[in-house]
Write a protein that binds this ligand. Structure first.
Ligand SMILES: *[C@@H]1O[C@H](CO)[C@@H](O)[C@H](O)[C@H]1NC(C)=O
Ligand SMILES: *[C@@H]1O[C@H](CO)[C@@H](O)[C@H](O)[C@H]1NC(C)=O
Ligand SMILES: *[C@@H]1O[C@H](CO)[C@@H](O)[C@H](O)[C@H]1NC(C)=O
Ligand SMILES: *[C@@H]1O[C@H](CO)[C@@H](O)[C@H](O)[C@H]1NC(C)=O
Length: 354
C-alpha cells in the first residue's frame, strides 16, 4: 500500500509540475515516464489497452511531447510567459495533431482565391494615420465584458476553424448591433460554403466572407441548423431567414500594422484571423511570446480575437479558440502584441451585419 501511495505521489507530483509548467528536467528514466503516461491516460480518460502497438505509438508521442514541453518552457522570461505542459493532445505526434485539428496546407485554388481577395479587400483602415490613432486607444478592450461573445465551442476533429471563427465574429457583430446574442449555424457554413471551402476538410475565412456576400447568404441560428461535426448535404433555406453580412467586410494583411488590429478591436469589434497553431498542442496558459512562427506558409488554423490588454506586463491579444473550454484559459489564449506572433496579422477579417 505504502509503495502504491508513494508511486501515486510521484506521478501526481510530476503531473502537477508539468501542468504548472515548471521547467523540470525529465531525466532519461523510462519507468518514471511510464508512470507519468499512466497518469496522463487516466487524467484525460484515454485507453489504449489491448493494443500494444497503439499504446506504444502514443507512449512514444507522449515522450516526444515531454521533450518539446521542456524546450518550450526553458525560454520563459517571466511568470507571465506562456506555459506548456500536458494537454489532451500530448500523445499525438505533431503530424497527427496537424491533420486532426489543423489544416496542414490549404489547397492550391484557395491560395489563388486569397491572392484575388487581397485586391478585393477594402483598405480604408490603412488610410488613417495609425500612430496618431493608437495613442488614443483604450489600454484594455475585452468584448467578453459586453455580452457579445458566445460560449467557446469545440470543433473536435472537424477542420472547420475557418467557419467557427467567422461565425463567432458574425455573432458578435450582430450582438453589438442589435443587443441580441445568438449562436449561429456553423454547420450551414460547413455544408454550404463554396469558393473552394471544403467543410470539415478545411477552408479560409476570407474566401467564406466573399461567398457570403456574393451569394447574399442568410446564416441561420444554430438551433435551426445544428452542429454535426462532419460535412453534410447543404440545406440552405430561402431568403429572408437568418443574418446577412454587409458587402464592406475587410480581409487584410496587417503584418507590421498591428495598430490597425487594435484599432479594429477598440472601435469596431472582434476580428477573425488566420494563425499557425502548431505549438498550441501543449499550451496551458500565459502569453505566447516565442516559438510561434508567423510565416504565411505556416498558416494552419483560424481563431477570433476578442480584445487586447496593453496594460498587462506582457501586452497581448485575447484570442478565442474553438477547441472547447478545456483548452488554455477556459478556451482562450493570450498572444503578445506587435510581432505577428503565430502569423495572426497575416489575414485579418472584420465585418458588419446588415
Ligand atoms: C527512476 O525513477 C524511479 C521512480 O519513478 C526511481 O525509483 C528510480 O530509482 C529511477 N531510476 C533511475 C536510474 O534514476
Ligand atoms: C471516460 O470515457 C468513457 C468511455 O469513453 C465514458 O463513458 C466516461 O463517461 C468518461 N468519463 C469521463 C470522466 O470523462
Ligand atoms: C492496433 O492498432 C493499430 C493502429 O495503430 C491497428 O492497425 C491494429 O489493427 C490494431 N490491432 C488490434 C488487434 O486491434
Ligand atoms: C459597412 O456597411 C454597414 C452596413 O451598410 C455599415 O453599417 C457600416 O458602417 C459599414 N462599415 C464601415 C466600416 O464603413
Amino acid at each position: 500500500m505504502a509503495i502504491v501511495w508513494r508511486r501515486v505521489c510521484i506521478i501526481v507530483g510530476l503531473v502537477a509540475l508539468c501542468f504548472l509548467g515548471i521547467p523540470i528536467r525529465i531525466d532519461d528514466n523510462e519507468s518514471q515516464k511510464r508512470e507519468l503516461f499512466k497518469g496522463f491516460l487516466q487524467r484525460f480518460n484515454k485507453t489504449y489497452e489491448g493494443n500494444e502497438t497503439e499504446y506504444m505509438k502514443h507512449y512514444n508521442n507522449f515522450k516526444e511531447s515531454l521533450n518539446i514541453i521542456y524546450e518550450l518552457n526553458r525560454d520563459r522570461l517571466t511568470e507571465h510567459s506562456a506555459v506548456y505542459g500536458l494537454t489532451a493532445y500530448s500523445d499525438l505526434s505533431k503530424d497527427e495533431f496537424l491533420h486532426l485539428y489543423l489544416q496542414p496546407r490549404l489547397p492550391e485554388h484557395l491560395n489563388v482565391m486569397k491572392q484575388k481577395q487581397r485586391h478585393y479587400s477594402h483598405n480604408y483602415y490603412n488610410a488613417v494615420n495609425e500612430r496618431a490613432v493608437v495613442d488614443g486607444l483604450p489600454l484594455r478592450v475585452d468584448w467578453r465584458d459586453r455580452n457579445v461573445i458566445t460560449e467557446v465551442r469545440n470543433q473536435k476533429t472537424c477542420g472547420a476553424c475557418w467557419a467557427f471563427s467567422t461565425a463567432a465574429t458574425i455573432e458578435a457583430m450582430y450582438a453589438i448591433k442589435t443587443g441580441l446574442l445568438h449562436k449561429l449555424s456553423v454547420q450551414e457554413l460547413i455544408d454550404c460554403a463554396g469558393n473552394g471551402n471544403m467543410g470539415c476538410e478545411g477552408g479560409d475565412t476570407c474566401s467564406l466572407l466573399h461567398w457570403l456576400v456574393d451569394k447574399k447568404i442568410n446564416i441561420e441560428f444554430d438551433n435551426e441548423y445544428p452542429l454535426a461535426w462532419r460535412t453534410q448535404m447543404c440545406k440552405l433555406k430561402g431568403s429572408g431567414h437568418g443574418i446577412q453580412i454587409a458587402p464592406n467586410f475587410t480581409c487584410e494583411y496587417l503584418v507590421d500594422s498591428e495598430d490597425v488590429i487594435m484599432m479594429l478591436l477598440a472601435h469596431h469589434g472582434p476580428v477573425a484571423v488566420a494563425v499557425n497553431a502548431v505549438n498550441w498542442q501543449n499550451y496551458l496558459g500565459g502569453v505566447i511570446q516565442f516559438h510561434c512562427d508567423g510565416g504565411p506558409e505556416h498558416i494552419n488554423h483560424a481563431v477570433q480575437i476578442v480584445g487586447y490588454d496593453r496594460s498587462a506586463p506582457v501586452p497581448h491579444y485575447i484570442v478565442r479558440n474553438s477547441w472547447g473550454v478545456e483548452f488554455g484559459h477556459s478556451g482562450y489564449l493570450y498572444i503578445a502584441v506587435g510581432s505577428n506572433l503565430c502569423g495572426l496579422a497575416t489575414e485579418v477579417s472584420s465585418l458588419d451585419v446588415l
